[in-house]
Design a binder for this molecule. Structure first.
Ligand code: ADP
Ligand code: ZN
Ligand code: ZN
Length: 766
């Protein structure tokens, strides 16, 4: 009996496994990855084929099945969306991130949401929500057109034929030029002068992004070494490192050029490539560089494209028309054949971790994908994450030894800009109440005089409130967790969200006795207003934040405005820190380096260091040298000192022992169990029960993992839901799922509708 195992696209825990269906003879061409319809409670539902096999009736009976009860597939609805390697990955994702098979599977279905089944003209068909392919009507002149002479009165026919003199056109385009042409086209078609045809339209709004390619004479030594390492991995010659290459290159060291060449090599070997970039750096400039090199062989996938555009780009890949995909996180699941290379640029970015279910990390899924598909993985960054560095040869993670290549200098030999650290606590005690230090103001004036440009970063990441002494920079921290305490306005208290420590807000700074204890945080607009009063009137200020970049294309427009202005300031939030390449920016100012530093998160220091190093890299990329001014209340913090010296080692020296002592990554694996519901009491109850259950499961398994909580989340109430969490700290190679999966599967749906989710390897713990 020829059987298909399918995953039924119905979200119910009991159905979250593969089911057998018989493949009837007329459907025997069905393949793994096809959407099919199966009968389910007397109505057809969509299912996906995840396996095909020949089994004898005896085998089925021996397996405890009943051949007579196996139903046939009702129909095949699509050509394959994915292959067998994806099935392996779907199973892995579902297990690793404790999510249903269906939600892992949906990562591989076309953009726009999982297809639905609908009755169209008496037949069950697959419908893509809101999208699907669209056709255009085209009109082409036939061979007879040259001889044809329209009647004197038929002016429109003449106009149409004139317009078609150079070849076919879309009817829509012709209509724009000539007004309604339908009747005319019909008449001409009747005479055999034109031919009408439907053609698939490829929607893509970024077409204009193609720009001329740059020819580089010679790679730097670092680039050549990196390229060699990547190519070895693509060719499968670097199994010792798991075919993973960490490309650790300072900002502007030419990593992108290495990516481009490595992709060329992969294409020459007949292999495809996927390049992931963070949303914010996926600008027309970035896309343009890839399109300049590979033309239409590049498909682009990200959320700023319309669903229709994304569908078409995805389909181009599936049809084998494009062999390179450039996109954000979910582009990893594009149906590229014969994958040779996955590149994750700015691999340290938090946006590679999805913060809703399935809570996967694109970096870790890519690692598994490359292992299954025998492809190479490149992790590029000027500031690789501590986790990634730990996985390199000789790093803290004993289970991995990725290849680590370094690009220590820029092609033009321009050094990284010098950094001035300004102690804002001292400025404040000297009487200044401005958010701009004298150093920064002087530097801005210099930029104005020389007609250069400046980038100012307002560090606004996070939403956490904390208390800060404006005199000495003191921030109260938890005595047990080494993270700063969060200010809870309602109760006027400070609480730790890792444990249950709570204390009242002190009336005076416990360190220096100053009464100037403040909540920190300012809006971009306020900063702009203050800046306006400081700098000369003729100095343009372009403000870039969540508000000013809302509309489609607003982001690019503002950057273009800054690019074209003669001198001026680009003032913005985190979104300006990366990828910008303006040669005439000579000053970078960081208004408040501390906000991220004081976030109650064990990665606060790491993220601050990365942000400062990245934003510093925006200065002095052209011929003129750059200069960076960092304002902080915490000048002695290792993250600040390291960024100021462009010396990652300074930071790691202090950070790694702390992480080790407190059992944080890379010395442990975390899982954050989230519990939420409308009423707090049942949430607390479920969280407590769950913590006890996890505790006893650990004891029976003989695991000595650490359990923290249950305690309220930092965001204790979000959109009307009370949130609690339990933090698990396990050894780096721990199989967290093996403990949590059975517990979650056993959990009955409570009457109070309390929900539970697990965030494995969380990026943050909010
Ligand atoms: P990164 O991706 O590391 O920030 P890019 O690839 O964007 O760096 O390179 C920075 C700049 O240096 C770009 O303008 C690029 O065209 C140029 N560049 C890269 N490699 C070379 C090279 N070998 N010789 C000269 N210029 C180069
Ligand atoms: Zn103080
Ligand atoms: Zn604590």
């Amino acid at each position: 009996m020829y059987l298909a195992s399918v995953i039924v696209d119905v979200s119910a825990r009991a159905l979250d496994r593969a089911f057998f269906y018989r493949v009837p003879h007329e459907l025997s061409s069905v393949q793994v990855g096809c959407a099919v319809s199966v009968d389910f409670g007397n109505r057809p539902v969509v299912a996906y084929v995840v396996g095909l096999q020949e089994l004898s009736e005896d085998d089925i009976i021996a397996d405890g099945g009943d051949p007579a009860k196996i139903k046939p597939l009702a129909g095949v609805l699509s050509t394959p969306y994915f292959d067998a390697s994806a099935v392996e990955l779907i199973r892995w994702i579902s297990r690793e991130y404790l999510c249903p098979l269906t939600s892992a599977l949906h990562l591989f279905t076309p953009p726009g949401g999982a297809p639905k089944i609908k009755r169209v003209d008496g037949e069950w068909k697959l419908v893509h929500p809101g999208v699907g392919p669209v056709d255009d009507r085209w009109v082409f002149p036939t061979a007879a057109a040259a001889q044809f002479v329209p009647a004197k009165t038929a002016a429109k026919q003449r106009a149409v034929l004139d317009a078609l003199a150079e070849g076919g056109m879309r009817v829509a385009e012709l209509t724009v030029e000539l007004g309604s042409v339908n009747a005319t086209l019909k008449a001409l078609e009747k005479r055999g002068v034109v031919r009408l045809e439907s053609r698939r339209r490829i929607r893509f709004a970024m077409e204009q992004s193609r720009r001329p390619d740059v020819e580089l004479d010679q790679l730097t030594e670092g680039q050549a070494g990196a390229l060699e390492a990547v190519d070895a991995a693509v060719a499968g010659r670097d199994a010792a490192h798991g075919n993973v290459v960490v490309m650790d290159g300072i900002t502007g060291s030419g990593k992108t050029e290495v990516y481009l060449r490595a992709i060329s090599y992969a294409l020459e070997r007949g292999k495809g490539a996927i390049v992931l970039v963070p949303e914010i750096s996926l600008t027309p400039q970035t896309v343009g560089r890839f399109r300049a090199r590979f033309g239409d062989d590049v498909a682009v996938l990200h959320s700023r494209l319309s669903v229709g555009e994304r569908f078409d780009q995805w389909d181009l890949v599936r049809q084998g028309e494009a062999h390179v995909v450039v996109g954000t996180r979910s582009a990893l699941f594009a149906p590229i054949a014969n994958l040779g290379l996955v590149i994750i640029d700015e691999e340290h970015e938090g946006s590679y971790k999805q913060d809703s279910a399935p809570r996967y990390s694109a970096r870790d899924v890519a690692l598994k994908m490359c292992e299954i598909r025998k492809a190479a993985l490149v992790l590029g960054s000027a500031t690789p994450s501590i986790d990634t560095l730990a996985s390199c040869e000789g790093g803290a993670n004993p289970f991995r030894s990725w290849r680590h290549v370094v690009l220590p200098e820029r092609p033009n030999r321009r050094p990284l800009p010098p950094v001035d650290v300004v102690d804002m606590g001292r400025e404040f005690s000297n009487g200044s109440r401005s958010m701009f230090s004298k150093t920064l103001v002087d530097a801005l004036m210099g930029v104005h005089e020389r007609g250069e440009k400046a980038v100012l970063l307002l560090n606004k990441r996070g939403f956490a409130s904390f208390v800060l002494c404006r005199e000495c920079g003191f921030v109260p921290t938890c005595p047990d967790c080494a993270v700063s305490l969060t200010y809870h306005e309602r109760d006027n208290c400070l609480a730790c969200h890792h444990c249950d420590h709570v204390e009242p807000v002190p009336p005076r700074c416990p360190r220096c006795g100053s009464p100037y204890l403040r909540k920190f945080g300012t809006g971009t607009e306020r900063v702009e207003a203050e800046l306006r009063q400081i700098v000369p009137d003729d100095m343009p200020i372009v403000r870039m934040d969540a508000d000013s970049t809302k509309g489609k294309g607003a982001h690019e427009r503002l950057l273009e405005q800054f690019r074209e202005s003669e001198g001026g300031i680009l003032l913005g939030t985190q979104m300006i820190a990366k990828g910008l390449d303006f040669p005439d920016v000579t000053l970078v100012g960081v208004i408040n380096a501390d906000t991220t530093l004081k976030l109650p998160d064990f990665r606060a220091g790491e993220r601050t260091y990365q942000l400062l190093e990245q934003v510093s890299g925006r200065a002095g990329r052209g011929d003129k040298p750059g200069h960076v001014v960092v304002q902080t209340y915490w000048p002695e913090h290792p993250a600040i000192r390291a960024a100021a010296a462009h010396d990652r080692g300074l930071f790691l020296e202090e950070e790694l022992p702390l992480r080790q002592e407190l059992l944080y990554p890379p010395y442990a694996r975390l899982a954050n169990v989230l519990v939420w519901g409308k009423r707090e009491q049942p949430v607390r109850k479920v969280a407590t029960e769950l913590a006890l259950a996890i505790g006893s499961a650990l004891i029976s398994a003989g695991y000595e993992w650490t359990l923290l909580g249950p305690s309220p989340c930092l965001l204790g109430k979000l959109r009307g839901y009370f949130r609690w969490h339990i933090l698990i700290k396990a050894p780096v190679n721990a199989d967290i799922s093996s403990i949590l999966s059975p517990l979650l599967a056993k959990r009955k749906k409570s009457a109070e509708d309390v929900r539970v989710a697990v965030d494995v390897d969380p990026f943050d713990l909010f």
